[in-house]
Design a protein around this ligand. Structure first.
Ligand SMILES: C[S@@+](CC[C@H](N)C(=O)[O-])C[C@H]1O[C@@H](n2cnc3c(N)ncnc32)[C@H](O)[C@@H]1O
Length: 240
């Protein structure tokens, strides 16, 4: 099923509320990125350990902030495939691709839960793509497209366990549920829990006083989930 066949009926509904305004604001600036996040983006891409010639997936690629680093990592002989549910967001990613003349980068406009991908990939980036990271259906669709031992790196928001975090956690939780898709599970302390079940050598770092995380590891060579379409977690079930 493609994004346009999705039950989220029009383009606007396919763009998360937090992005509906931003997407228009940044449209004239194809290379826009938030400066405070850049070093973590670069680190996330480094952690993918890509080599020239590799194929990499950037799911929830949005306006394509990670694309320049991914292109550098895989070189002209490699391939970068972005998956983005929002046609509006994908316009910015396409502009970036055209502006930089990358002929080995493409964006598939589709829901990660049902996107049809071809072949196997050497890495999967989920950068600020929380909806995807916590979706059993999305991971069940994406992980089988990774080669054994392929690296997965996720970056996103979480609740902080710091002593002073209580009120800010409440605020973040409320904002998060207002600004994400209605189907996105609420913010919690360990949004990587589902992803971790697919990985060996799981690694984790907290950033911004515990309100952001960077998680990475390699896909198990013998998948814990066998041939099942995802782990034994009910759709929509919230983890920890
Ligand atoms: C916060 S933005 C991050 C964009 C980009 N990764 C970056 O670092 O700039 C998250 C993106 O994930 C997309 N997204 C949300 N749910 C998705 C899904 N189920 N499939 C594909 N993309 C999705 C949103 O439309 C949004 O563009």
């Amino acid at each position: 099923m493609t994004a346009t066949e999705s039950s989220r009926v029009d383009d606007r509904e396919l763009t998360p509320p937090y992005a509906r305004f931003l997407v228009h604001l940044i449209r004239p600036f194809p290379d826009f990125d938030f400066f405070f996040i850049r070093h973590l983006r670069q680190k996330a891409v480094r952690l993918l350990q890509l080599k020239p010639g590799d194929r990499v997936l950037d799911v929830g690629c949005g306006p394509g902030g990670s694309l320049p680093y991914l292109v550098d990592a895989v070189g002209r002989s490699g391939e970068v495939v972005g998956v983005e549910i929002s046609p509006e967001m994908s316009i910015n990613a396409r502009k970036r691709i055209a502006a930089n003349g990358w002929d080995n980068v493409r964006v598939v406009v589709a829901d990660a839960e049902s996107a049809r991908l071809e072949g196997k990939f050497d890495g999967l980036l989920l950068f600020a793509a929380q909806d995807v990271c916590v979706s059993p259906q999305a991971l069940a669709n994406l992980i089988p497209h990774l080669k054994d031992g392929a690296r997965v790196v996720a970056f996103g928001g979480k609740l902080s366990r710091r002593r002073f975090a209580g009120v800010v956690n409440l605020f973040f939780r409320a904002m998060f549920s207002k600004l994400t898709f209605p189907s996105t599970p609420g913010l919690n302390y360990e949004p990587w829990t589902l992803l971790k079940t697919y990985l060996r050598e799981f690694n984790l770092e907290e950033h911004f006083f515990g309100w952001m995380f960077l998680a990475w590891g390699s896909v198990r060579s013998t998948p814990q989930h066998g041939e099942r379409k995802g782990p034994a977690i009910a759709p929509g079930q919230q983890l920890s």
